[in-house]
Every structure is written in structure tokens, then in C-alpha cells.
Design a binder for this molecule. Sequence first.
Ligand code: BGC
Length: 781
Amino acid sequence: MKKTIACILIVLAANNLSAQTYNSAKAKELVGKMTLQEKASLVVGMGMKLPGMKLPSNGPVVGQTQDKVPGAAGTSFAIPRLGIPSIVLSDGPAGLRINPFRNGDSSKSFYATAWPVATLLASSWDTAMVKKMGVAFGSEIHDYGVDVILAPALNIHRNPLGGRNFEYFSEDPVIAGNMTAALVNGIQSNDVGTSIKHFAANNQETNRNTVNTIVSERALREIYLKGFEIAVKKSQPWTVMSSYNKLNGTYTSQEYDLLTTILRKEWGFKGLVMTDWFGGKDPIAQMKAGNDLLMPGTPNQTKAIIDAVKDGTLDVKVLNENAERMLNLIFKSPAFKNYKFSNKPDLKKDAQISRTVAEDGMILLKNVNNALPIKKSMHNIALFGINGYELIAGGTGSGDVNKAYTVSLVQGLSNAGYTVDADLKNVYTNYISEEHAKHPKKSFFAEFMNPTPPVTEYVADNDFINKAAAKEDIAVISIGRNAGEGRDRKLGDDFNLSDTERTLIKNIADAFHAQNKKVVVVLNIGGVIEVASWRDDVDGILLAWQPGLEGGNAITDLLSGKVDPSGKLATTFPMNYNDVPSAKSFPGKEFPEQATTGNFGMKQIPAEVTYEDGIYVGYRYYNTYGIKTAYEFGYGLSYTIFSYSGLKLSSSNFNGKLTASVVITNTGKVAGKEVAELYISAPTGNLDKPSEELKGFAKTNLLQPGKSQTINFTINSADLASFDTKLTSWVADAGKYTVKIGASSDDIRQTANFNLPKSIVVEKDHKVLVPEVEIQELKGK
Ligand code: BGC
């Protein structure tokens, strides 16, 4: 007995010791023991294994761990003599992207869950749900032996054509930041790390490695940095990934004021910064800027760092600090703890969570004539559109996931007991297989360099449509869109529907309406499209986004009314592309005469984009300038009705803090959840202000008919402040503030005023990242 207690005490002491031992003092001590070669190896990744590329050989310190988790995006070098393992970094935002098979052995798979994409998560406005998903997501990362997930991604949806918008949350930084924090807190609760990306002002894919983003200090602080600030402060991600672009003249990975002055000194970030893959140009400038890890890493970078220390252009103290941050990260990693990962995540359980989250973030855009939910008596569905037979679970590139399956809409409908018109099913599935046969599957890299064009919509003739209209109860048309890193979307046949798609919708609508039958469109898209020109043709529109591997089941649950739609737009649907405030300046100017050749022989064209829209991004623009939108920010319908009442402010004078409470009641006939949005209209002092800005949001619990819930919001002085460039400070102007609580940015249900007697300087910041040229910015009205 005594022996057992003694043993337990020794084990406890040892554990305690290891927790205490591996801290920043230990990191310093270990770096002190390293050779220059070892330090330089630690801050440069092991390279990337691509067809035709040789693995780097960086000398004797290396443990070969490139294939620790096949398909992961990168690994760090091990230093076995000091007990430092290699750690594994892997994509991405919608799920763990690793190879599903290893060494050609198809008997064992390594699939991961394809979660709904970030745009859908944001549309849930449900941080508790997103955190729950993060917990499950993190456990897969842990179970597969990965140390850091290269996610979440939270760049602002500045323009609907942004090729990676599906990986990002919103046009609004408060949503983007809070969603990121929820996901990071969920993932990191599994003792694995995250890398929030791409820091910063990386809002397009065109010329992504060369483009210089020219943006005002105010727009940068209020729009493009704000989400990262919220995420860092609320969740302390283990790492941050700098972006590919330049920001006001300097590559972000080489910008000290971004990575050190703002991120670390102003916001208190404690972790490591890594580059995006092959991002930036100058490894020495990157080290000095505080970009501690260069990914995926090349032998030339290691050599440049060693040479620079030797010739005095890089102070070894800087390198020591970068190496220490790398060690602090490694100390926290599962690899360092020698975690024996199972390679067996609970994919079944996670698929269910993925489905629930998908249902929470889909948005009912239109519902007239009681088209939805589909009535119990209607079992027979005419499913049109190739997308109905092949769901897009998520986008392409590093944001893609190797999943075991994707539930298509046709499968989802059948699973729920609907009968889908068999003729349609045959015609569509045959057409899709024929089209796919024309384009054999390519490797990830080949696909990235030269994407396979999407299958064009099947041209359904009127006979075919009329037959279905005569037989079936309702028409469902599914329209899909895909995109991914490396290129932005196009206006024609992408943002705007193709002629075939428009004709299809029109002809189906005519045929079904002639029979007094309803027509519903499902949008399986990653980013915003044009809807205003065709929406009048149909009775219902469900925006399913890219909903992950259980998508078909989730869509069906909403169409059938098993689940009440409760998502709302976190990004505006404009009437047409020309209304978008960045339409004129996106994606900027190119300087082709200065083109060079970059990695993998890719042409690099210097370019610049000037953010002339300033702070007037998304609803901040549409609302302030009174521009009509197709569906405004914050919009989304439900099968029930919610009333808002009893808005109370804790005080009518602001004194450092204020609370607002409102009662939400389900006055309709079915159970549902409501998203309540809190906007503030601030007085104009020295600065122009958007007509209103989102400062808080909450989703109710599932409310049964007749039930109410009180929602409480806290308003801090930071919520009242705008960035005053002249003072380099966040200033809350004295005057009358209006709190607006509503069901969308255009559907305000309750308002109340409070007064700020005297202006407050809420925070004084550093004068940094100043644009080199004058910007002709929008100034509000
Ligand atoms: C992407 C990153 C990704 C990295 C590793 C880059 O091309 O921009 O988001 O994490 O590749 O795959």
C-alpha cells in the first residue's frame, strides 16, 4: 500500500515537473544548447513532397518525418539529440485534409469529416454550436496524429468573387472574429493547435503572391484586422499564418509592425507566426518581423538564415527568439507528449454533428404560397439540376477534405422516404457519368494548376419537364457552384447564372405553375450569386451553402420541416454585381511588363489593389448609401414567427459599460430558433460612420410555440469607438447612440437610445502600416 502511494506520488511529481519544466525558460535553455544549423532548421519546415520535387536534405540534425501523416501540408524538423520531435501541420478550414490511403493499401482508410464550410458556420450565428463542432473537429486532428490544423480562415468577404470566400466567414469582422474564437476554443480543447489565417488583408486570389493591398489605416483596423484581434483575444490560437499578399508595400510575412507591433504588442498574442506556403520573399526579413516559421520550408531559406547570422545581417538574438517560439509550440504539441494517436476517429458521431451544424446554418431565402416545408402529402419529387445528383460538400484546394462519402440531395430525399422521379434520376446520373468520363481524375497538384471545368448544366427539354410536371408533386431545382484557392470566381456563368440555368428555372417554373405545383430552388454554393433576376420565377429558395458530407440529409431535413431553418446571412446578396462597393477596384491592376517566374514555373505578375471602399464593406455600404439589396445582411426566414419585445438598457447614460436585454417569443406554430442581432448607430463626430454596425448577436434555444427567451447583450466602450487616423486612436464620440435590435440589418424590431456625455479615447495605438499613397476612399453620407 505504502509502495503504491509512493509510486503515485513519484508519477505525480514527474508529471508536475514535466509541466513546469517545459516552459519558456526551458525553451531558452534548449535554444542555448543548439548549433546555428539546428536553430535555422527549427524555423524552416521540412519541405513539401510534390511529384517531381526532391526532398530537402538539411544535414545531420534531421529526423525523416515527412511522411508521419501522409497528405499533411507540412512538418517541422526534429532535433533528436535534444529530444525535439517533428510536428505535423495540416489543412484545413472545413476538415482535416490528409491522404485517405497509404502506400497503395486500400484495405485501410484515413478519411476525415467534411464539416460545413465557414460561410455556413457564420450563417448559423451560433457560437455554441460552432464550438461544439470545433471540439469534434479537434478530436479528429488529435486522433490522426496532427499537431496543428491550418484553420480557421477568417478573411473578410470583400467581394463576392473572392475564390476562397467559402473558407471565410463573413463580410463583418465581429462575426468572423467570434466564429473563429469559438472554433479555436473548441479545437484547442483537445490539446492540438490552430493557425488562424491569412493575416491579413488577403481578400482575393488573383495575383495572390504578388498583390499589394493598399488600404487605409482605418479600414485596416476596423474591418480587416478586427476579426483577428477578436479571435486572438478570445481564444489565443497557438499559431497565426501570415498571408501571401503585400500590405501597404511590404509582404505581410516580412512586416514587423503587423506581426510584432500589432499582433504581439497591442493584442498580446503569445504564440507563433508561420508563413503561408512559400509566402514572402526574404527569410531574413521574415525572421526579423517575427514570422517564426517558414513553411513548407526550403534548404535555401535555411542557408540564407545561417549565412545572415554569420555575416551579421541577422542578429542571432532574433533567431533565438523565433526558435524559442517554435519550441514553445512544440512543447504543447501531442508529438512532444508522445501521444499515441489511434488513427480511429469516431467518424459516425462526427457525421451527425456535421449534419446538425449544417442544418443550423442553412438559410431560407424565399418562401411564398406555403411552398415549404414540403407538405406531408407530397411524396413525389421532380429533382432537377445536376447538382441535385452530385452535392458539393465543400470547396477545392487546401480547403477540400478527403471524406468517405457525400450524401447527395437525391440520396437525402430518398433516405427521408421521398420518391424522386426515376426518369429524371436516370437521365441526370447518366449525363453526369458521361461528363466525368471525359475528365479523368487528376492529382491534387495537377488540379490546382489546371482545374477541371465544372460539368455544365444538363439541357432539359420541355417535353421532359412537362412529363415530370404532370406526374410529380413539386419541383426541386438544385444549383451548385464551386471555387477554391488560386483563382477568383467569374462574373459570367458563375456569379450570374448561365443561360442554361436560367432557361431551366423558367421552363420548370412555367410547367409546374401551370399544374398549380410549387417550385423550390436549393443553392449549393460557396459564395454569393446573383438571385434578383430569377427569384420571382420560383416559390422557395433554400441557401444550403456547401454543407459538408451529410449535406443531402441536412437539406432534406429543412425542406421537409423536420428542422426549422434558422440561419441568416452573414454576407449580403446584392441586386447585381455592379452594386458591390468593391466592384470597381476588385481585383486591382496588373503590371505584366514586370512579370517573373515563381514556384512551380507559375507566372508572377506584380499587381496592386486599392481598397477604395474603405470601411464601407458589405452592409456598412448598402445601408449607409441606401442601396437596395436582394437579401440584406442578417436576413433569413423561418417556418415560424418571432416577436421582439421589452428592450431594456441598463442605463440611458453610458458609463464604461451597458447591458441591453430583449425578449424573443415564438409566436408561430412550430418550434424554432431565432438569431437576434444588435446594431449600434453612433453619432458622427470628426469621423464619418456607417449608418449602423453589428456589435452583438445571439441565437435563442429551440423555442416551442408560445415560448420566450430573454437575450442579454453587453456593450463596452470599445463597441462605441471608431479608429481616428489623425489620433491613431479608437475614439468614442460624445452624443446619442441608438441600439437597434432586429431580425436583420434591415428589419430592426426594437430601438433604444443612450447618451455618451463626453468623448472617450478608448485605446491609443501605434502609427503603423500607413499607406504609401493617398487613397480616394468612400466617406459615407
Ligand atoms: C494556402 C493555405 C494552406 C497552405 C498549406 C496554401 O496554398 O493558402 O491556406 O494552409 O497552402 O496547404
